[in-house]
Ligand binder design. Structure first.
Ligand code: PLP
Length: 442
């Protein structure tokens, strides 16, 4: 037993315990050097010694309401004192209130919620519902996507994480729209939209439309690069799905609950899916939870027929209480609107200025508090900067008091939805300094 003396010893002890006993996600373990986070408030976190950082990652792009929101913390405490756990087969008032609030923000005709432990198992269950509803097998998703770390979710994922995990069957991948690196030689959003839809249509025709259970898309692909779809793309996918009796699943795990400046990212598009998958921002991860919002037609499939899926912690009361408090606080405090305003008035213009100023920035894109800064070694060829440059970007940002979210050759600018204009300006100044260093390295 080690007796801890002071705050820097607590930091050392946290690192020592972590390195001795904690096995981390998606990493070779030997060279990891995680920062210690002991506490947080709003957009800021700190270690035991008092070093603090602006959290422009929202951790894994999930702490939409900011750290330690007092109303959410109080709701969890109160629920823990009343009923800390209860099985999924019971009726529970808090669970019902959580489901009602979630369904109220979804488009009309999606009224029921199946709760899961997180985003991956929510996608698993959405895929299961689509397969059972249609009696078909295949799931079409995009190469540039992430849907979670379990059976069908990881094989629906397009990025490298699918490849070591390909044990599920029936998955087909397509390219979605991404004008900056168009797979379709497009030069305008209109061309990109039309050609991406043509490509999707042809793949479905070649796969056999009546073998396809679902098209599964992130409304705005997040980890893959904040790829806001061009106007008309999602409506076109909806039309295609309807034409062939295919279920449309929109994965709003990262994009939902305020991130894009809307309750759901789909609110800015002319589209109503059959299933919406959520997690992360629904309660900002204060208690692990996710779920599927189900259309009336798909819910009716399971009126008389058993739904063959379930989880011990489906609709856990601590998660439900945190959802109720979180959605209420977001509504009362105008947090979704704040995300939209900060995107339109501060981050959007500020990042555009950085793109003009720094040759290393190839493109900036996004909305709300959901932005990607794409770094290139050569503006003409758009060749991504090497991994070592991204490593440097990350460590220089952390050294200047900002926790970044990085993926491939991109810095994702993804603060909590409660971020203030001053905090956004502080972060923009920090990005500016670090981009200057990267320009010099080019
Ligand atoms: N779907 C999307 C779009 C995500 O971004 C993620 C996680 O980053 C997931 C699903 C998986 O969620 P979880 O990690 O809660 O299983």
């Amino acid at each position: 037993m080690v007796t801890v003396q002071n705050s820097s010893e607590l930091d050392d002890r946290a690192v020592q315990l972590d390195r001795s006993h904690v096995f981390h996600s998606w990493s070779a373990q030997a060279s990891l050097a995680p920062i210690v986070v002991a506490g947080g408030q709003g957009t800021r976190v700190w270690d035991h010694s008092g070093r603090s950082w602006l959290d422009f990652s929202s951790q894994l792009v999930n702490v939409n309401i900011g750290h330690q929101h007092p109303k959410v913390v109080a709701a969890i405490q109160e629920q823990a004192a009343t009923l800390a756990t209860i099985g999924p087969a019971t009726a529970n008032l808090t669970r019902g209130e959580a489901a009602r609030r979630i369904a109220a923000r979804a488009p009309e005709g999606l009224d029921k919620v199946f709760f899961t432990n997180g985003g991956a198992d929510a996608n698993e269950n959405a895929i299961r519902m689509a397969r059972l509803h249609t009696g078909r097998d295949k799931v079409v998703s995009t190469y540039r996507s992430y849907h979670g770390n379990t059976g069908a979710a990881i094989v629906s994922t397009g990025d490298w994480r699918r490849l070591p995990n390909e044990y599920a069957r029936g998955h087909v991948h397509v390219f979605g729209p991404y004008l900056y690196r168009s797979e379709f030689w497009a030069t305008t959003p209109e061309e990109e939209c039309e050609r991406a839809l043509h490509h999707l249509r042809r793949i479905i025709e070649c796969e056999g439309p009546d073998t396809v259970a679902a098209i599964l898309l992130e409304t705005v692909p997040g980890t893959a690069g904040v790829l806001v779809p061009p106007p008309g793309y999602l409506a076109g996918v909806r039309e295609l799905a309807d034409q062939h009796g295919i279920v449309l699943i929109l994965d709003e795990v990262m994009a939902g609950f305020g991130r894009t400046g809307e309750w759901f990212a789909l609110d800015a598009h002319d589209v109503v899916p059959d299933l919406i998958v959520f997690a992360k921002g629904v309660n900002s991860g204060y208690v692990p939870v996710g779920g599927v919002i189900i259309s009336d037609a798909i819910a009716a499939t399971f009126d008389e027929r058993v739904f063959p899926g379930g989880l011990t912690y489906s609709g856990h009361p601590l998660a439900a209480a945190s959802i109720v408090a979180s959605i209420d606080a977001m509504e009362e405090e105008g947090i979704v609107h704040n995300a939209k305003r900060i995107g339109a008035e501060v981050l959007g213009p500020g990042l555009a200025e950085l793109a003009d100023k720094h040759p290393v920035v190839g493109e900036v894109r996004g909305l709300g508090v959901f932005w990607a800064v794409e770094l290139v070694a050569d503006a003409a060829t758009r060749a991504p900067v090497p991994a070592a440059t991204m490593g440097r970007a990350k460590s220089e940002l952390v050294a200047r008091g900002l926790i970044p979210f990085t993926a491939d050759n991109r810095i994702h600018v993804v603060p909590p939805c409660v971020v203030t204009a001053d905090e956004a300006a502080e972060a923009l100044a920090t990005y500016d300094e670090v981009l200057t260093l990267l320009d010099e390295e080019l």
